[in-house]
Design a protein around this ligand. Structure first.
Ligand SMILES: Nc1ncnc2c1ncn2[C@@H]1O[C@H](COP(=O)(O)OP(=O)(O)OP(=O)(O)O)[C@@H](O)[C@H]1O
Length: 261
């Protein structure tokens, strides 16, 4: 699906630059992809590069098409992106915020189809009851769900989500992953999600990409191929037991950190 070829990127700073990628190569699969890796590995930076928010060297390809060479309009048609952090304050209602997500598709007025898509999405995320509420008055988790709705109403071919389950309670984390799974299965959409919860990744991902703290590719594959005691020690500096449930899904029980403090 997406391949990242020889990606070089540094954040420019007032004095010098901070190198994040030095020739990164990664291949994602069709369907539900998860990126795992420790803090600072470059997961968010990679999603920003794919979405076209950064000037980098290298080539990012979707199928046969170079995303790197695409103009902004085509990139926005292809993908939607949920950043890790977003605005906290807005004078809009929830409904208005989510309609904003359809901006690239909106004509000179909001059609019944636009409203149906927005209301269906709010319902699928269990937040339809919040539609008339002021966004600024919502809880952190409710705000997160509004941003997720904004990302989904675009109906893109590719969805990039940076830590979407942060600030969601356990039930909503599972509901969101189930919804994403349904979108992948029923609508043929490809998704790339950054997660820190390895057990959640193990349960829902079809394909996991692991990045290490140097911003390099470490491994990729099915959850049972990737989530191993060795990976957890080498990438996260954690001793952990990994067992499998009856479906062969790995489950991680952390024991201790082996990093020197
Ligand atoms: N705007 C910026 N300017 C300079 N350096 C940055 C900037 N944003 C990120 N970095 C640095 O780039 C590296 C990668 O950051 P990034 O946010 O992509 O990591 P991450 O894997 O998403 O981390 P986390 O899991 O903590 O969200 C880190 O070393 C970070 O300090």
């Amino acid at each position: 699906m997406i391949t990242v070829n020889n990606l070089h990127f540094s954040y420019k700073k007032s004095k010098g630059a901070h190198k994040v990628f030095d020739g990164l190569n990664i291949a994602f699969a069709r369907g539900f992809n998860v990126i795992l890796g420790p803090n600072g590995a470059g997961k968010s930076t990679l999603l920003k590069a794919i979405f076209g928010l950064l000037h980098y060297d290298g080539n990012i390809v979707y199928g046969q098409e170079s995303i790197t060479a695409m103009d902004t309009e085509d990139r926005i048609k292809l993908m939607s992106y949920l950043p890790q952090m977003d605005v906290e304050i807005s004078t809009l209602t929830v409904l208005e915020m989510v309609i904003l997500g359809r901006l690239p598709e909106l004509g000179h007025k909001i059609s019944d189809e636009d409203l149906d898509i927005v209301m269906d999405t709010l319902e699928s995320l269990n937040i339809a009851a919040l539609a008339a509420r002021n966004f600024s008055e919502l809880s952190g988790g409710q705000k997160k769900l509004v941003f997720i709705a904004q990302t989904l109403v675009r109906k893109p071919k590719l969805i990039l989500l940076d830590e979407p389950v942060n600030s969601l309670d356990l039930q909503k984390q599972l509901e969101l992953c189930q919804l994403l799974q349904k979108i992948v299965d029923k609508q043929g959409v490809d998704i790339i999600v950054v997660l820190h919860d390895i057990n959640l990744a193990a349960r829902y991902a079809g394909h996991i990409v692991v990045m290490d703290e140097k911003g390099s590719f470490y491994s990729a594959g099915r959850p049972d191929e990737v989530i191993t005691p060795r990976m957890l020690k080498e990438v996260y500096g954690v001793i952990a037991n990994v067992t499998c449930d009856e479906k062969g899904t790995p489950m991680v029980s952390p024991v201790c950190s082996v990093r020197r403090v």
